[in-house]
Design a protein around this ligand. Structure first.
Ligand SMILES: O=c1[nH]cnc2c(O)cc(-c3ccc(F)cc3)c(Cl)c12
Ligand SMILES: [Mg+2]
Length: 215
């Protein structure tokens, strides 16, 4: 029996999902985490909203804050057009190791790069160290206490441009009240609220989309 829950999830996927099939990986993580062990993936219900926003944005460069086991990285990467890429930031090295294997098993490793470290250090290095000019889509799903600071950092580093889409998870549970206040009142974002439920639960949660209108 693998020691950590995240390793047990990976083991279950490797034993039951179809290798090279990202949808199968996503479906099996959802199956395991709804039936056996709850885990903080964006999940199937909010995942459908994520899918819809990714499809309507059709991004070339995606930034994800909070990789965890690679569920949403796999979910997003399966929708990306050829030549596009997803950079995902994870500060927990054990989670990054699980995510790397999950993404590899799903066969989306050519589109996904895992950046290990904290967002406040990595975001300012994206242009110089990772050759990023602008990001088209940001999935914010790390720590709600960092949502506002990292959004301001993306603006200050000129990593988002007019039309860049931010999509934040957990704006109801655990909640990100200062983030909602900021994007809804600073005057630089067009915001949309998507009510849903916490992953694998009937607790209320929601996603907030904030489209940047420019500096
Ligand atoms: O920390 C999180 N980062 C990114 N997504 C998260 C998420 O989707 C859910 C939760 C959560 C919610 C309720 C609960 F009882 C335990 C955990 C957390 Cl804590 C995070
Ligand atoms: Mg989340």
């Amino acid at each position: 029996m693998a020691q950590r829950k995240e390793e047990r999830i990976l083991e279950y996927v490797k034993q039951h999902a179809a290798e090279g099939d990202p949808q199968s990986v996503v479906d099996h993580i959802d199956k395991y985490c709804s039936q056996k062990e709850w885990a903080m993936h964006v999940g199937d219900e909010k995942g459908l909203i994520l899918d819809q926003v990714v499809k309507e944005t059709n991004p070339t460069i995606v930034l994800e804050l909070g990789t965890y086991c690679g569920y949403s990285a796999t979910r997003i990467a399966r929708l990306l057009k050829p030549g596009s890429r997803l950079l995902t930031v994870e500060m927990n090295p054990e989670n990054a190791a699980v995510a790397k294997q999950m993404i590899q098993f799903a066969g989306v490793q050519d589109k996904v790069e895992i950046l290990e470290g904290s967002t406040e250090v990595i975001i300012p290095s994206l242009k110089t160290k990772y050759g990023v000019d602008r990001v088209d889509f940001v999935f914010i799903d790390h720590f709600s206490e960092r949502y506002t600071a990292d959004t301001k950092l993306l603006e200050e580093c000129q990593l988002i441009k007019k039309g860049s889409v931010l999509l934040a998870d957990n704006v109801v549970f655990p909640g990100a009240p200062d983030f909602l206040e900021y994007v809804r009142t600073c005057g630089r974002y067009d915001c949309t609220y998507y009510p849903s439920h916490l992953e694998y639960s009937d607790k209320l949660d929601a996603l907030e989309k904030a489209v940047f209108k420019g500096p």
